[in-house]
Design a protein around this ligand. Structure first.
Ligand SMILES: [Zn+2]
Length: 191
């Protein structure tokens, strides 16, 4: 079963890559063919089938290959590319392939370490995320932020959504309130 059935349709996935999508070196058709859709936050993408979330794309990346590296058991991927293809992109010890440092040597791409490779996500489950968001919204500092958020042009719902998205895709909280506010604003600018 697809985790995100509303993007089962190739056209839907393709349409999600609007002109706002920041990666121009990889064609939208290639993303969509490889199962990915844009969630309309920066370059965050998700496979409609397995739900793996990847970001940090390089213009030289191949979505199929990144898909294989980060979600080797995706049935959609297996059906389209076959087991052999997927195997060829697993690091030697297959147990650890879900690490974020999976750029293998057969790729020539160099990138700064803080930006290392497409980051796989989905380490927190939905309950953990909800709990974390709930806790975070009750911090005294957050309450102060909430009191001012209408001035900033954002709502509590946007802040919650920004945090959820961040935790879901990056498995990581925001480093600062500024970052959080910015992410919420980005969300509010989405159509
Ligand atoms: Zn997948």
């Amino acid at each position: 079963m697809a985790r995100y059935p509303s993007f089962e349709d190739y056209r839907k996935r393709l349409e999600s890559f609007t002109s706002q999508f920041p990666i121009t070196g990889i064609s939208s058709t290639l993303f969509a063919e490889a199962g990915f859709y844009s969630i309309a936050v920066q370059d965050y993408t998700r496979c409609f089938y397995c739900g793996v979330g990847l970001r940090g794309w390089d213009n030289t990346d191949d979505p199929w290959i990144q898909h294989a590296k980060f979600s080797s058991s995706c049935q959609f991927l297996i059906e389209k590319k076959g087991i052999e293809f997927i195997r060829s992109y697993q690091p030697g010890n297959s147990a650890g392939f879900r690490s974020t440092e999976t750029r293998t040597t057969n790729e020539k791409t160099e990138r700064p370490s803080e930006n290392d490779s497409a980051t796989t996500i989905r380490k927190l489950n939905d309950n953990e995320i909800r709990l974390h968001v709930k806790m975070r919204m009750e911090y005294p500092k957050t309450r102060m932020l909430l009191e001012n958020c209408s001035e900033l042009g954002i709502s509590q719902a946007l802040l919650e959504k920004a945090l959820e998205t961040r935790l879901d895709l990056q498995n990581d909280d925001f480093e600062s309130f500024e970052d959080w506010i910015e992410a919420a604003k980005n969300l509010s600018n989405q159509p």
